[in-house]
Design a binder for this molecule. Structure first.
Ligand SMILES: Cc1cc2nc3c(=O)[nH]c(=O)nc-3n(C[C@H](O)[C@H](O)[C@H](O)COP(=O)(O)OP(=O)(O)OC[C@H]3O[C@@H](n4cnc5c(N)ncnc54)[C@H](O)[C@@H]3O)c2cc1C
Length: 1015
């Protein structure tokens, strides 16, 4: 015997309860699928409760007039005839599937079954709106099925009527998604969110239902607004237990007031029109109806402007608000505004409008009852302090269509009149959005209060180390958190990259009228401008009679990029490097030579696909080692010479020699030839890198000198590729070298002391790559190396495997790929007071060490030891030395492992994001279904897209694919540019290219999020 609860469905996010209006069946009555068993009144309309479970209606039934919470039982269905009530205390664990449709709704438009396998569909668009006339054969909507997006065609004349299933709703086949009525006046414009998941997860304990009491609303003391019911809106239905006059029911229908929540003040408690009108008071009535606390003293009457502000602020209590903050750097916009002679306030207002083009909802407003005013006119209120210290909010009109110059001209007059409170009503009434800037007052953060009539107000605080906090307080009836977060993201981009100014976009007119900002905005935007300008001008390079204002120690990617950025900005720089040419490890012992080898290895490896594609005769390529080495050295020396020439041409004072600190402002330089000498400096940047680290394994360090053991620093002198090589360490360098030499014909044994190689790579990517790698080389994990011995050409590595079994591997050479570690022992850091964190130099996100005028960047500070990371950190240090607050953000960094296929990452993995408290989701695409990969036979691997569920922002991309070194650029732009899934989903990628995968992934993830959000 089974019982099923008929529960109060939730029709919308705002619905918390409903009132039972009628029971259409009685206990014991037979119920068929699709029968209407009851009608209930919700916050939207009177609805029929349609049941999709055959059986017999059983009590206890909720009383007519009772208010039932969403999810609570209205009654039950049992499959046993004759059962009229479920026993008290019985547990009912199943829910009868129900549907809510409006009472007398018309003919339902049901979700069509568009394929054999289709059980539900997602509403993608509505092609008609409620009230629109419908003709036979019209397409009213599109729905997404399990196969494709299809049109929903109807074959009945009439008018579309709600409730229509919201876009994104999941509707089961055969269930209504909208209605057709025969008369336009009967059309209802409600929308509902329908989820496919009708199952009950919680159990219902059956208890006799006590009818809930209607909520008590205290009667306001003031005179209610007189509302005249007009038009031919039919009165709302009578509510049992809430007697109401017919006129009150008509007013209720017009104002959308639910009678069940009202207390009547007419004779015998009858609800009269005045009671209904009180439910929709004006701002002044709301303000006056609140309990007032008396205060001592002789009050003066408020001016009408003060009263308006006071009423509006109190009325704002009716808005359910939330706040969202984002830090935005205003430096670029400030500079652009200045260069174009407009005030920062006007530029910010215009930026808000530009960003709003994609988020029009920010400019809408809630209107009672349950209406949204969708406005396209950007009339922004901008808070200004009047001369007498009061708050005035003049409105800058038509921001969306006027040039900055025209806006500046409007604003100058407005702000003058606002300061003396001489605004005409049109200049302060009905803003569509409001901006309040208190940056000039030094506040680090504040929130502003939106008033009825706008959906959002922006509060701008003072510029801080992280940028300027922009906080939006928003009406949750109009906006949700994700809308606002995405808008703020767009605003950040608009403000930080203000290339829309003066790009011929019409935004900035070339005839911009010069204005005197300080006169127009005394103490307001001008002060904010001076904060940003001040921040941009003060350089932390200590002034003094130094030999050089800045010394950079190390000429690798970190040092060289830093030095170049500084001289580019007119700062004199000395770069001390203990090698004849710049480029550091990257050029001489790292990225470049290893990729030159990889290029030759790629040619050999790629030939294996030739026959598959249809080209024979290329299967036996022959390695010409002498030419490989010649080519590699040519690339290195050419690039080294080019770099030195460029550095000297840019007037970097390049010194060859070893640098060490004598004190916090003196460096001793020891050249290769000649005497050591000292130089004094204002500020220093340490970029000395990190050499290969060799652990104290018996025989490892001892055999470095004879070349039997090599590291990434010393492998570059091989006479020929070894026949057999042991690689100790399964990190990125070890794996890259293993595959290069395997392609050159070397037999490889990789020994890793941890349980997994490639520990630094995203889990699934690493595991897949390991699977492929193990088909090519031998990998022993959990290996314990006992010792290394022999001489070059005849080395021996003794090790134990995970089971403790002892083995010996004979080989030509042993490569120690056991990581890199900064070595600062000879830098004299203690003399300068620079502190370490383990082996690395301790820095903050700006690259500043424990000594404020000494910075450190690149491998020497640990973290990602990558060339572009070092270069980025070098530019960050330069930026800070120039006086701009700038930070390295590891969450936007990236890297490629030049394995085959190549592994790559940008930003965060799901696990990393979750550890940071971000609700992250991912979608992945195997390369095996990519057309281009199939054509070239490069089908191993996958690409994964990671997004922040709350904002839709793409926060990570992970690759295992051939050509990752090119494809990663797209991931970098998406993550660095804080692009959203929506933006990428809409981008047009060319076919057939592997870039199409990104659009596909974004669309897939979006669809998934949409489905799960609606469940
Ligand atoms: C085999 C291998 C492959 C690699 N492949 C890649 C890759 O594909 N992509 C990638 O991004 N990264 C790669 N890297 C890492 C990359 O080489 C480093 O991360 C990068 O070079 C670090 O730059 P840096 O400026 O911090 O230091 P370095 O490049 O090490 O430069 C430091 C410079 O400072 C000099 N120096 C040191 N001490 C002093 C002193 N006291 N006085 C004066 N000068 C001094 C050094 O001689 C050197 O010229 C690879 C590394 C290796 C070993």
């Amino acid at each position: 015997m089974n019982h099923y609860a008929i529960t109060m469905p939730q029709l919308s996010d705002t619905m918390t309860e409903g009132v039972v209006v009628t029971w259409e069946k009685q206990p014991g009555d037979k119920v068929e699928r699709g029968d209407i068993v009851a009608t209930v009144e919700t916050d939207k309309a009177i609805m029929d409760v349609e049941v999709f479970k055959a059986g017999y209606l059983a009590g206890p039934l909720a009383d007519v007039g009772a208010t039932i919470a969403v999810g609570a039982a209205l009654g039950y269905i049992t499959d046993t005839a004759g059962d009229v009530a479920i026993a008290a205390g019985e547990v009912v664990a199943e829910k009868a599937q129900t549907e809510m449709i409006p009472h007398h709704a018309g003919t339902p438009i049901v979700m069509p079954q568009l394929s054999d396998t289709m059980t539900e569909g997602v509403v993608v668009t509505w092609e008609k709106q409620p009230g629109d006339p419908i003709r036979r054969g019209d397409i009213v909507a599109t729905v997404e099925t399990d196969k494709a997006i299809m049109d929903v065609e109807v074959f009945q004349e009439g008018f579309l009527s709600g409730p229509i299933a919201d876009v994104g709703s999941v509707v089961e086949v055969g269930h209504p998604m909208g209605f057709i009525v025969d008369d336009a006046s009967k059309a209802n414009d409600t929308g509902v969110t329908i989820g496919a998941d009708h199952k009950v997860r919680e159990s219902h304990h059956v208890a006799p239902h006590a009818a809930d009491k209607p909520a008590y609303i205290p009667s306001p003391k003031s005179t209610p607004t007189q509302v005249a019911a007009s038009g031919n809106v039919p009165p709302v239905a009578r509510v049992p237990g809430r007697p109401a006059s017919p006129y009150a029911r008509k007013v209720a229908a017009q104002l959308g007031v639910n009678l069940s929540g009202l207390a009547g003040t007419g004779s015998s408690g009858v609800i009269v029109a005045a009671d209904v009108a009180r439910a929709r008071p004006s701002m002044a009535e709301v303000a006056h109806s609140l309990p007032q606390v008396d205060v001592p003293g002789q009050g003066r009457a408020m001016t009408s402007m003060e009263k308006a502000v006071s009423h509006a602020m109190t009325a704002s209590l009716t808005l359910p608000t939330f706040t969202v903050t984002m830090n935005i750097s205003t430096a670029a916009l400030t500079a652009a505004a200045k260069a174009n002679k407009v005030s920062v306030t006007v530029a910010i207002a215009k930026a808000c409008s530009v960003a709003m083009a994609k988020f029009p909802r920010m400019n809408w407003a809630y209107q009672p009852v349950d209406k949204l005013v969708e406005r396209a006119n950007h009339d922004f209120g901008i808070a200004v302090t009047s001369n007498d210290g009061g708050l005035v909010v003049p409105i800058l009109h038509g921001i969306e269509k006027k040039s900055l110059a025209a806006l500046q001209s409007d604003w100058s007059g407005l702000v003058e009149r606002a300061r003396v409170r001489k605004l005409a009503p049109a200049e302060y009434a009905n803003p569509t959005f409001t901006i309040s800037n208190m940056g000039m007052l030094g506040v680090s953060h504040f929130t502003a209060i939106p008033t009825p009539g706008i959906a959002a107000i922006l509060a701008i605080a003072a510029n801080g180390p992280q940028g300027t906090p922009f906080t939006l307080t928003c009406d949750h009836r109009v906006l949700n958190g994700a809308d606002v977060a995405l808008y703020l993201g767009a605003l950040k981009q608009t403000i930080e990259a203000p290339d829309w100014i003066g790009e011929g976009s019409g935004v900035m007119s070339s005839a911009a009228t010069p204005v005197t900002v300080s006169l127009a905005e005394r103490g307001e935007g001008a002060a904010a401008e001076s904060v940003a300008a001040h921040a941009a001008l003060v350089s932390p390079i200590p002034t003094g009679n130094w030999d050089t204002p800045v010394v950079v120690i190390g000429g690798g990617p970190g040092g060289e990029d830093c030095a170049r950025d500084l001289v580019d900005h007119g700062v004199k720089v000395m770069m001390v490097n203990n090698e004849p040419f710049p480029g550091g490890e990257c050029l001489w012992r790292g990225c470049i030579p290893s990729k030159a080898w990889r290029a030759a290895a790629d040619v050999i490896r790629n030939r294996s696909h030739d026959a598959e594609i249809g080209v024979d005769g290329t299967a036996a390529p022959k390695l010409n080692w002498a030419q490989v080495e010649k080519h590699r050295r040519w690339v290195q020396t050419s690039r080294g010479e080019m770099a030195l020439k460029a550095d000297k041409g840019m007037k970097i004072d390049v010194r060859e020699g070893f640098g060490e600190f004598v004190d916090a402002h003196t460096l001793k330089i020891t050249p290769v030839e000649g005497e050591a000498y000292t130089v004094t400096f204002g500020a220093a940047v340490i970029a000395t890198g990190a050499p290969a680290f060799v652990p104290p394994i018996p025989g490892a360090r001892e055999n470095l000198a004879n070349g039997g053991v090599v590291t990434s620093d010393t492998i570059w002198n091989l006479a020929s590729p070894p026949k057999k090589m042991a690689i100790i360490g399964g990190g990125v360098i070890g794996v890259e070298m293993a595959q290069i030499f395997r392609d050159f014909g070397t037999e490889i044994l990789m020994l890793e002391r941890n349980a997994r190689i490639l520990g630094e790579i995203e889990d699934e990517i690493a595991k897949t790559l390991i699977g492929l790698l193990e088909k090519e080389i031998s990998v022993v994990t959990d290996a314990a190396i006992d010792g290394i011995s022999g001489k070059p050409g005849s080395m021996s590595v003794a090790y134990k495997n995970a089971a403790g079994e002892a083995h010996t591997f004979g080989c030509d050479i042993v490569l120690m790929a056991t990581g890199k570690r900064p070595d600062t022992s000879k830098l004299g850091l203690d003399k300068a007071g620079v502190e370490l964190d383990g082996a690395a130099i301790k820095v903050n996100t700006r690259g500043q060490t424990s000594v404020p005028h000494i910075y450190a960047v690149g491998d020497v500070i640990g973290g990602y030891m990558l060339a572009h990371t070092a270069a980025t950190q070098g530019r960050v240090a330069a930026d800070n030395l120039l006086g701009h607050a700038s930070e390295y953000d590891q969450d936007k960094d990236c890297g490629v492992t030049f394995s085959r296929p190549q592994a790559g990452f940008v930003g965060l993995s799901v696990a990393q994001a979750k550890a940071k408290g971000i609700d992250a989701v991912e979608a992945k695409m195997p390369m095996s279904i990519d057309a281009k990969a199939m054509i070239t036979g490069e089908t191993d691997g996958m690409i994964k897209l990671v997004a922040d569920k709350a904002t839709g922002r793409i926060i990570g991309v992970h690759y295992l694919a051939d050509h990752t070194d090119t494809l990663i650029g797209i991931g970098v732009m998406m993550v660095a540019g804080e692009m959203t899934l929506n933006q990428v989903a809409k981008a047009i990628f060319p076919h057939p290219t592997q870039t199409e995968l990104f659009g596909e992934l974004a669309r897939r993830l979006l669809n998934r999020l949409r489905r799960t959000a609606k469940k």
